[in-house]
Design a protein around this ligand. Sequence first.
Ligand code: 5GP
Length: 161
Amino acid sequence: SYEREVLTWDLFGRASRELALQVVDSGWLPDVVVAVARGGLVPGGSLAYALGSKGVGTLNVEFYTDIGRTLDDPRVLPPLMDVDDLGGKRVLVVDDVADSGRTLRLVLDMLTGHGADVRSAVLYTKPRSIVKPEYSWRDTDLWITFPWSALPPVTEDRTVF
Ligand code: 5GP
């Protein structure tokens, strides 16, 4: 078995506050937080609260099918938020990790193309990423276990842990 980087719920709470502090310290405050679903949903919500940012949106991108297994290209899935609203706005794109960076690349290019002033924030950045997010909590080259996807979905057999 491979060594993993394990993020607990506790540590995630601290990570999102520390990531918010990086954003505040940079003096660039977003008008809108866009979470990249699903991995960026929980970090995006947490960061939006920590920044006092009420404008939130999501973009649903599919790339990984399993550990280390990807589709040929990341793709945006429905439902699609109205990205035309973002012109001239400061938009903070939030994801769990920049691994290959291809998911973030797709989203950043899409929003920049609609005239937004875009930056990105992630919990983890891997060394091979083609995008270096402005805000990143930690670097790792390990496969990361996130608290929200550490367990299989709940089923009616009632084994919740
Ligand atoms: P990328 O496009 O940067 O290669 O990664 C896209 C998505 O794949 C990430 O947002 C994340 O949901 C998933 N992913 C990539 N690396 C990891 C990892 O180490 N652990 C987990 N749990 N998901 C990952």
